[in-house]
Every structure is written in structure tokens, then in C-alpha cells.
Design a protein around this ligand. Structure first.
Ligand code: PEP
Length: 248
């Protein structure tokens, strides 16, 4: 079975009621390829607003979730609360959380397990710094981030892996199609060896890092690139061109 093309939009800490409503209205009216699965991740304050206004067929993701079911965890949101609000996905392990908020591989893995056990999908981010790439450690870093999750999670059917080289995020410096394909193929091989043949075949591995309407078609032509996680460009009308990257 071919893997369904997947495009996520990560709004990060951007937008307000007016701009988010306008992005949603644009998406509702857009001619988006029906073969692409689309999920957008607004800031948590706007999750319900987004879900309320967004047409069915496009899903909404949180940018983070906590690993405990409820209780005295000020500032956190649980998987059950997301489900209750019809928020069916979450991002986890974004490099901005790993780097700025010091989230460890083990913590990301625990939160991934909580999300999967609770029945929501996870866009699981991984990626290397420029220093690590230059030291030829890209595959080692990425697979060790994923291995932490494999320790906690056996069923990867609701995980989309987002390979996001940190040096390409928000920098305008996109990985070449060949650079991205090389890492995606390595992730797929790792999935086969460490999770199983079904995960190797079926798991979507998407690319993130300065994806735009200009570079998306070339990247989408690579055999192991199953879609994109888009930051800056997801706030712009050109997001629709990225959703349509595989359409003629
Ligand atoms: C991201 O935040 O996941 C991302 C890929 O950002 P950008 O597209 O802006 O590089």
C-alpha cells in the first residue's frame, strides 16, 4: 500500500484570533489535494477555536502534551483533554522544545507513549544540529532519538516521524533533496530493524526545515519523503501549494 502524503503545519507561538481564523478560512476554501492528509498545530490557546472553524477532513494537533492523565501539573494539557476537544494529533519532540525547554529523549518517549496509549496520533520530531552533521553524526543522533521512543512504544501505526535538521528550521537553509532522502532512507531502515517490517513499510517519514512552495516539489519527488512538517510557510497562503506538492 502506498503511504498517504502527509503535511503538517506548525504555527509555533504565532497568530491571534483574527489571523488564525483567516488561515483556517483560507484552508477551508482551498483546492487541496484530497489525497494529502493535512494536520495543523496552532498554539494551545487556539486549539478549540481552530477545531470549531476548520472544515472536517483536516485535523488539528497540539504542539505538545503531558504524559500524566490529570492532576497537579500547572500549565500542562493531558491526552484525554485533547481527545475531549476533538484534537486528534500532537507534535512531540520538536527541536525548539528539546533545545529551548531542555526536553530529554526519555521525556519525549514517555509523552509519545501516553499519546499513543490514549489514542491520538503523534508527529514525532527528530533531527541533528549543524555541529552534529559536520561531525558525521546525523544518523546516530536521529536513530538514538527514535530508539528512546521504541523502548516505550511498540505500535508505531499512529506515529508520523518528522525529520527536521535543526540547522534548516526557520533559517531558509533547506536540506537538499539528496540530503533529506539519505536520512529518510536511514530512518526507514532503522524502523525495519528496530520496530518491524510493517512499521518500515507503513510509517510516514516527513521532512521539515524551511519547506516552501518553491522547494516542496523537488523534495516530494524523493522515494522516502512522505510529506512535510511546515513552520513559517504554514502561516501563509502558499501552505496550500505545499499540501499540493504531489499533485500535477
Ligand atoms: C518547524 O517548526 O517544524 C519547521 C520546520 O519550521 P520552518 O518550516 O519555519 O523551518
Amino acid at each position: 500500500m502506498p503511504r498517504q502524503f502527509f503535511v503538517g503545519g506548525n504555527f509555533k507561538m504565532n497568530g491571534n484570533i483574527e489571523t488564525i481564523k483567516s488561515i483556517v478560512a483560507h484552508l477551508n476554501d482551498a483546492k487541496a489535494d484530497p489525497n494529502t492528509e493535512v494536520v495543523i498545530a496552532p498554539p494551545s490557546l487556539y486549539l478549540l477555536l481552530t477545531r470549531e472553524h476548520l472544515r472536517s477532513g483536516i485535523e488539528v494537533a497540539a504542539q505538545n502534551v503531558f504524559d500524566r492523565p490529570n492532576g497537579a501539573f500547572t500549565g500542562e494539557i493531558s491526552v484525554a483533554q485533547l481527545k475531549d476537544s476533538n484534537i486528534t494529533w500532537t507534535l512531540l519532540g520538536h527541536s525548539e522544545r528539546r533545545v529551548v525547554l531542555q526536553e530529554s529523549d526519555a521525556f519525549v518517549a514517555k509523552k509519545t507513549a501516553a499519546a499513543i496509549d490514549g489514542g491520538i496520533g503523534v508527529i514525532l520530531c527528530c533531527g541533528e544540529t549543524l555541529e552534529q552533521r559536520e561531525a558525521d553524526k546525523t544518523i546516530e543522533i536521529v536513530t538514538s532519538q527514535l530508539a528512546a521512543v521504541a523502548k516505550e512504544v511498540k505500535d508505531w501505526s499512529k506515529i508520523v516521524v518528522a525529520y527536521e535538521p535543526i540547522w534548516a528550521i526557520g533559517t531558509g537553509k533547506v536540506a537538499t533533496a539528496a540530503q533529506a532522502q539519505e536520512v529518510h532512507a536511514a530512518i526507514r531502515k532503522w524502523l525495519g530493524e528496530s520496530v518491524g517490517s510493517e512499521a518500515q513499510e507503513a510509517t510516514r517519514v516527513i521532512y521539515g526545515g524551511s519547506v516552501s512552495e518553491k522547494n516542496c516539489k523537488e523534495l516530494a519527488g524523493e522515494k522516502d519523503i512522505d510529506g512535510f512538517l511546515v513552520g513559517g510557510a504554514s502561516l501563509k497562503p502558499a501552505f496550500v501549494d505545499i499540501i499540493n506538492a504531489r499533485s500535477s
